[in-house]
Design a binder for this molecule. Sequence first.
Ligand SMILES: [Fe+2]
Ligand SMILES: [Fe+2]
Length: 474
Amino acid sequence: MNINYDTTIPNNVDLSTNKTLQRALEHWQPHYLDWWREMGPVESPGWDVYLRTAISVDPHGWAHFDYVKMPDYRWGIFLTPPEKDRKIAFGHHRGEPVWNEVPGEYRSSLRRIIVTQGDTEPASVEQQRQLGMTAPSLYDLRNLYQVNVEEGRHLWAMVYLLHAYFGRDGREEGEELLARRSGDVNNPRILGAFNERTPDWLSFFMFTFLTDRDGKYQLAALAESGFDPLARSTRFMLTEEAHHLFVGESGVGRILQRTADVMTRDKVEAPDAVRARGAIDIPTIQRYLNFHFSVTLDLYGSEVSTNASTFYTSGLKGRFEEEKLTDDHELSAGHYPVSHVEDGRLTTKDESALMTLNERLRDDYVRDCAAGVGRWNRILERAGVSDRLHLPHKAFNRKIGLFSKVHVTPEGRVVGEAEWTAKARDWLPSDADRAFIASLMGRVTEPGKFASYIAPPARGIGNQPVDFEYVRFN
Ligand SMILES: [Fe+2]
Ligand SMILES: [Fe+2]
């Protein structure tokens, strides 16, 4: 399954044997590059960036590191090898061979799933396009660009499926994916979180820790799909996604390290005192966490969802680690606890397991986030700082689902409009917080130097030292 780089479009799907498909994708490619130039990272086209490129889909050692100008990055189509005799693992078709063509009755559902996933990929590049101007170091700048080119490749992965399996509609969707714009009132991206701004590096690290992790869970559910090309595409995307999560977790971790160092060195605790020293106070970091977490939870959709149950019974989208679960994989019976608001309090009610797959995936995601927050807290603990970060309650600040009609505090207490309005500024980033964070966003371009609010990483990228020249501005 090595990747063929001798062609216009690198791939490991024998693209040259299907001339119609190859021509369609070669027609889309310049449109993609136009989009990259218009909406990709600003001012970057001539810079040499030390990037990794996939050279095979072997989970061990698929990456090759070298300087690349981003518009020359070899975006392409990489699927994991087919699993011999793979069977559908869940739903009504459980035990049947996986599909290598789109089943007619599921065509529109599958197309919708692929388009919704595909839309998030260019959206995040658009959200992050200004960040290069304020990177806290060359190391971080390179990581941002790595994430950006890989989100571009994830778009390629979805557009390949649309072109290869959905004919003319698929090609039209491929064009639409390049036409929507994050945050545009007239033609926005499909999902809410992908229309929010990512104006600073604290937001970027929270986004990659939280929102890319949503990506991980959605991709993991699609990696179970009975439509094998989708499963194989998303399996390889997951290997790239791991780096995005690393960027987010280590980014916030290094900010916390810096904050803790300043607090213990100068024996200060008050947010203003921490800020005066060029670091970010922990309450502000907590408010950013609250915001990005709650916005990302909405991406999982309604707690009780007919769509999710249909996708499951049809074999299109599984549960997280479906094949490791020990039940009937049809969910014909069985319940799952879902939070509700009753008489002004949060309670849980058992609902049909089949109807609550969104909530279950959201809960899997929340557990994974909580583990990451625990690792952040260990940084504070080791540094001798007593403050801790907490994930807010999942009902906090929601715009979609059962909780969108009530106000709930980060601790999970239902409150009225007046209390919410009075306290929201303690819970969510205020304009003043955002202005303070913006004031820290200077650009650091000297190798091995870092902005005041972030500690250096423990090690560099691709066996290079931390003070390596990860980006060359030509
Ligand atoms: Fe992605
Ligand atoms: Fe990602």
